[in-house]
Design a protein around this ligand. Structure first.
Ligand code: ATP
Length: 434
């Protein structure tokens, strides 16, 4: 029988007050509408483990789309429903999002059979999931709020630090779970259960990835690369001989592992210093993974994993241009030359460049940290006042001032100094015949 425990205080502690109150309100509405509602999946897992997670997924025993509409109306949230899957997303005024899905109520053994009513729809729904640690749920109906429900021993597996599948066919049914198992095992530092590991190895031997839609593999690969330490996951992929499975012919050697480690450090630095810059960090890892591989091979990886078109193009462009950029940087002696080479380049490209070529890392990092932000204190207005007619020369002169600031030949803060330098340049332009 499932074991229960109440985690409502724990939820109160980890969630913003408004979100917690929202859940209480949703619980009230569930009571009134006569449906059972549960938080499920990753949120509950991370609640118990103690990892931050604000992604709330709710499963409703009943029609989630109908329920979501009522909740949206009463609590003032926008509701997006997907009737085909009987799911809905609620977006509240403060930006909080909550996903809702319907537990499948009727399951027929064969056409025309009676629905099995003896098993709770929630339990059936959870049984379709990947690992026991992801099958925990918390009831949010008002009177039962916070009741933890553990049908499949997820709580014990969290305590034992084990990743376990729910049944022997799990990996065969969906081989992407292999990738998920390794990802979660690295993230939480959990081991695979003994039986689970055996099943995983057997599934790998069957070469089941060939049967999986490319974009599902792509999705899981991306998830791996967005983890805190993708290298660790890749070392496990290597251990279970999955690199060759996913990327036939790819070289996965010391050099690439070192680059992965360097990418990781650069990303940590980047996250701290440029949190506001939207950056596709997984692209940096992909660049590192595919660097030096023949272009045709890379293209075949991209197509077999159905990479999004834009992303694939961007990656190919990076790989095509990066060595040339490195050569240019290597022969750049002045900061302003580095600046000219790197300005306008994508964040991901810069990070990849620094990771692949340690001997120019300092130049790239200085560019990212400092040089790219240099702006002269003088402007076109000053040039005009000095008697030059507006034209393309303006931009050129201001750029030259900028380069001199970057190279430290003109002070960055001293406007007077910049102005007199500007004057010298303008006077040179304003010839007597002008
Ligand atoms: P993360 O912290 O990485 O977001 P998550 O568990 O929330 O982890 P999702 O990939 O968003 O991960 O999945 C949500 C839920 O859906 C999971 O808890 C899991 O139980 C279930 N799930 C996802 N993919 C599968 C799959 N391939 N097979 C079975 N269940 C899956």
């Amino acid at each position: 029988p499932p074991r229960f425990r109440n985690v409502s205080e724990l939820i109160r502690k980890v969630l913003p007050k408004e979100t917690f109150n929202l859940l209480r309100e949703i619980g009230k509405i569930a009571d009134r509408e006569g449906v059972n509602a549960y938080i499920v999946g990753g949120f509950v897992r991370d609640l118990i483990i103690g990892r931050e997670n604000f992604d709330i997924d709710i499963v409703v025993e009943g029609d989630a789309t109908e329920f979501a509409k009522v909740v949206g109306r009463e609590l003032g949230a926008k509701v997006h429903t997907f009737s085909r899957f009987k799911t809905a997303t609620l977006v509240f005024k403060d930006g909080t999002r909550i996903d809702m899905a319907s537990a499948r109520t009727e399951v027929y053994k064969f056409p025309g059979a009676l629905p099995e009513v003896d098993i709770a729809p929630l339990k059936k729904d959870l049984f379709r999931r990947d690992f026991t640690i992801n099958t925990l749920s918390v009831k949010i109906n008002y009177s039962d709020f916070g009741k933890l429900i553990d049908f499949f021993g997820g709580l014990k597996d969290i305590k034992d630090k084990k990743i376990r599948v729910l049944h022997s066919l799990s990996f065969v049914e969906d081989p992407t779970r292999i990738l998920r198992a390794l990802r979660f095992s690295v993230r939480y530092r959990f081991e695979l259960g003994k039986h689970t590991e055996k099943l995983l190895k057997m599934a790998v031997e069957k070469k089941l990835f060939k049967t999986v839609e490319g974009q599902r593999i792509y999705h899981e690969l991306k998830q791996i690369l967005l983890e805190d330490n993708p290298l660790r996951v890749f070392l496990r992929l290597e251990k279970y001989r999955l690199i060759e499975e996913l990327f036939p012919g790819l070289r996965w050697n010391r050099e690439k592992k070192d680059t992965f480690e360097r990418v990781r450090k650069l990303i940590i630095w980047h996250r701290i210093n440029f949190p506001e810059r939207k950056t596709d960090y997984h692209l940096v890892y992909l660049g590192a993974l595919f660097f030096k591989e023949p272009l045709e091979r890379v293209k075949s990886y991209l197509s077999s994993l159905s990479f999004p078109e834009k992303e694939g193009k961007k990656l190919l462009k990076f790989l095509d241009e990066i060595y040339g950029t490195y050569r240019a940087l290597k022969s750049s002696n002045l900061p302003s030359e580095v600046y000219k080479t790197l300005r306008g380049r994508e964040e991901e490209f810069l990070l990849l460049l620094a990771a692949l070529f340690p001997d120019v890392e300092e130049k790239v990092v200085n560019f990212m940290r400092d040089w790219r932000f240099v702006e002269p204190l003088v402007s076109g207005k000053d040039i005009k006042e000095l008697g030059l007619k507006p034209g393309p020369a303006f931009k050129e002169i201001l750029n030259r001032i900028k380069y001199e600031i970057i190279d430290g030949r003109v002070s960055r803060e001293d406007r007077e100094e910049q102005y007199s330098r500007l004057k010298e340049m303008v006077v040179g332009k304003v010839s007597p015949s002008n």
